[in-house]
Design a protein around this ligand. Sequence first.
Ligand SMILES: [Cu+2]
Length: 152
Amino acid sequence: MATLIASVGLTLLPLSGGMLIAAAAVAQSSSSSSSPSAVMEVAAPKLKQNEYYIFTQELNANESKLGVSVAYFTLTDIIVHKGDTVTIHFYNTADEPGDRHTFTMQPPYKMDHDLAGGQNTTFSFKADTVGGFTYFCRYDLPSMIGHLEVLP
Ligand SMILES: [Cu+2]
């Protein structure tokens, strides 16, 4: 299959199933980066590198009948590199103040941001430990989880 070159300078890589991914070529200056990693990272427009918005969401389902929480985070995968500063804008989208949700992680990324319905918060942390780490809501386990992957 031929590689398509779009007029805006993006290289579109054909994948199976007709999906396309866009890979923008960005020159990385070795003098402007303190990271030893040469891995290319391209942020979305209007976002800083490693800046994420995460909203709470609840399925319209009968939790007591199902016997399990049906809440979740809108963003469930975050991949960064060691040394990155991660910024998260966390929104509890519930109408009722009593519908609390947390963004919680165990050590080494120990944190616990507990929001009432309608609240939001912004926080940052440095990804200084390599590995895979689960973030979760204390009130909605086992469903409400996500995964932070910190690459070397
Ligand atoms: Cu929750």
